[in-house]
Design a protein around this ligand. Structure first.
Ligand SMILES: [Zn+2]
Length: 310
């Protein structure tokens, strides 16, 4: 693969509290604001609590999930005073850090999330972004305390629904397990380390370092699995099976148990061998998702460096 160059990446936005009860990001952003962290070498940093009302209430959201509001359709629609709070907030954030897909958009947006699932440290991104892949490779080479993985959502950017999609480059840092409304030191430290490494990489990139190309493994989303439900009432009739619980990213083979029905019977995985993740994520009960399934892929990328027009 040929060497690629990119313009410098001086404008970076760090967001926490996009989901108001995901505490690591909330307190990392608050601490950065308290310490007035506005620069890291060549990088100018803006910190923001994306959903302040949900943070105040310590809830995922007030009216609707903010991190599903950033599709082109929702951002281009009309906005009225009676619109859901999060949709109004999405328009504000898009005006401030985008507009999505425009030349004025900030260079990189990093959104901090927690999951109740036992996923370690994951970067979640859309399509193939070489900047994100290089940052991922850098973080993976430095973090040793937990597995570091990349989850790729193969959605066209116009349909990309999450906050980081308003920037030129962006990803979510997802760390767990941590219950909603709870802070754990181990999880906090992992997120802080991933964020510090991201800022370190950006400074090196802007100052002219060349980053070698290569390949990384990634997980690409294949689909969602709902809980077994009572066809009459819609109520769930099972819990995630103990052999699947906490085993995110452990290959699920046909015949492996997935659910324990309240009746005592076991439900088994059928079909293709795939990797489960977001297993028993608290916030996904309302989305009718017990876990998601991914395929492992290999992504190849070129060496990159900054393009200086001087
Ligand atoms: Zn979240």
């Amino acid at each position: 693969m040929e060497h690629a160059t990119f313009p410098p990446l001086p404008l970076v936005v760090i967001c926490g509290g996009t989901h108001g009860n995901e505490m690591s990001g909330v307190y990392i952003v608050r601490e950065m604001q308290k310490q007035k962290v506005e620069k890291a070498g060549s990088v100018s940093i803006t910190t923001v609590l994306s959903n302040p009302r949900a943070v105040e209430a310590c809830k995922r959201y007030i009216d609707t999930d903010l991190n599903r509001c950033f599709t082109d359709a929702l951002l281009s629609g009309p906005i009225t005073d009676s619109a859901p709070y999060e949709l109004r907030r999405a328009h504000e954030l898009n005006a401030q850090f985008g507009p999505k897909g425009s030349e004025e958009a900030v260079d990189l947006l990093c959104d901090l999330h927690n999951t109740t699932a036992n996923m370690g440290l994951s970067l979640i991104c859309y399509s193939l972004d070489w900047i994100t892949l290089h940052i991922y490779k850098y973080i993976q080479s430095k973090v040793t305390s937990v597995p570091v993985r990349l989850i790729q959502l193969t959605i066209p950017i116009s349909e990309a629904y999450s906050l980081e999609s308003v920037a030129k480059h962006g990803f979510s840092i997802e760390v767990g397990p941590q219950p909603g409304g709870v802070l754990r030191a181990d999880i906090f430290n992992i997120m802080k380390e991933a964020l510090d490494l991201t800022l370190e990489w950006l400074q090196k990139f802007n100052s002219g370092s060349t980053f070698e190309g290569g390949e990384v493994e990634a997980y690409t989303l294949v689909g969602n699995v709902d809980y077994p439900r009572d066809p009459m009432t819609g109520e769930i009739t099972a819990v995630v099976h103990p052999q699947l619980q906490d085993n995110d990213f452990k290959l699920l083979q046909p015949g492996d148990p997935t659910f324990l029905l309240f009746s005592g019977k076991t439900v088994k995985h059928e079909g293709e061998e795939l990797y489960p993740f977001f297993v028993n994520e608290c916030a996904y009960y309302e989305k009718k998702v017990a876990f998601q399934l991914a395929r492992k892929i290999t992504l190849t990328f070129p060496s990159i460096s900054v393009k200086l027009d001087r």
